[in-house]
Design a protein around this ligand. Sequence first.
Ligand code: FAD
Length: 460
Amino acid sequence: MDDTIVKKIAEIVGEDWVASDEDMIAGYLKDETVPSLVPECSQNSIVVKPADTQETAEVMKYANKNKIPVVPRGSGTGLVAGAVPTKESIILSTERLNNIKEVDTENFTATCGSGVTLEQLLERLNEEDNIFFPIHPGDEGATLGGMVINNAGGARAVKHGVMRNHVRGVEFVTPTGEVIQAGGKTLKNVAGYDLLHLIIGSEGTLGIITEVIVSVEPEPKHQATLLVSFENRQDAISAVPEIMKIGSKPLAVEYIERDMAEMAAEHLGENWPAEKGNVDLMIVLAEIEQDLLYDIAMKIETICQELGSVDSVIAERQEEQDSILTVRSNIDTATNKEDLADDVDAAVPPAYIDDFLSDLLEVYQEFGAKLSAYGHAADGNLHIYIYKEDGEVPEYYQELKKRFYETTLKYGGTIAAEHGIGKTKKEDMPMQISEYEINLMKNIKKVFDPNDIMNPDTIF
Ligand SMILES: Cc1cc2nc3c(=O)[nH]c(=O)nc-3n(C[C@H](O)[C@H](O)[C@H](O)COP(=O)(O)OP(=O)(O)OC[C@H]3O[C@@H](n4cnc5c(N)ncnc54)[C@H](O)[C@@H]3O)c2cc1C
């Protein structure tokens, strides 16, 4: 990048907080996307780390005036290349906005810099007696800013919804450098258009979140993790809607194929406790009374037995539960990404997950493709791979993906459940969203970002 620009930005944030050296920026040119995307023209980008909102706003004003692309970046755990620059850009990292300003145990909120990671927030909340933050995407390294801007979901959406349901307010710097406060600590707020919920899920295309106010919840004191095993995927998946009818929602209902669990366990040096059968449901229960928790666990075991489960294990000690969750969370990390052509993140209305998966299996069989799935079964949201063959993206890939999406949409589903559109799914978006709606979205972006500097090539 031009030296004058680097110098000017260094005047704003300080020399130590601008990196242009190839080695220093290499890690900022990619994220966790499959397959990894590192466009060559982005190599001359610079990484800029403002200390606060004021510096962020000044960087944005300068970038806007000089029409320099800006790519916001949290921890780079995104799976759709949202934080990956496609041209020479200012990569604006929020890593120094990492202050947990306040945990308000009266209003049940936490106010944090957008660069605070989920892990940091959870650690801080552990110091309090009785509260927790329920939203949990698989990688605790994700920042709160990244989670808000992607409207992250994760395993506990079944009981607690997604990020959108737990954000009360944000401080936000627009591409022209204005600072706005959207929302706040109140539970109700209908003053004007809801900018907060427009920003949530905007994938870094409308500006930069600098501060987040999230809702925290009273912590249910008793938690257990049930691992129920089945011989085959149909038996396991058909049990999920029935489990949801017992009256008290589990914290999570995850579907895990055994070979994937064992691969992740081996990768981590952990043990996967289920032995019989081939697929497992991981059901996390959290209740305020122990007796109630046991009662629900027994009901679930009975329902599953009636539907063909072959075994079940209950983990009550925290370490055992953490180990199971860690293995589940690391299926993606442990998977050799070189083997994958795509990792599809579709969702259907939860009650249709069984029929959807059966239809999809038929589609995969038509192509002679291998189907592996894991994920948030009770949300109707499974992560399903399309594999390479002999190290190459198979010729049928595009056609299989199209049929995959058609099957999803037939059930009233979505082609992008929680990872976003980013840079990798935008060609697919017209299958679900009309041209009129896409143009409406583009026009909204223009209002925020008249010079089109904000996260180019993302969503559109
Ligand atoms: C192992 C693993 C498991 C995962 N499991 C889940 C899951 O279960 N559910 C789920 O929803 N996601 C999951 N993810 C995806 C990922 O963790 C989330 O998308 C997360 O929200 C990204 O946060 P981040 O800080 O890493 O953002 P980044 O990857 O750095 O950025 C993601 C996007 O957000 C933008 N952005 C980041 N910070 C800001 C900001 N402050 N202001 C404006 N824009 C910003 C970037 O420009 C980019 O478009 C998983 C990822 C991994 C690696």
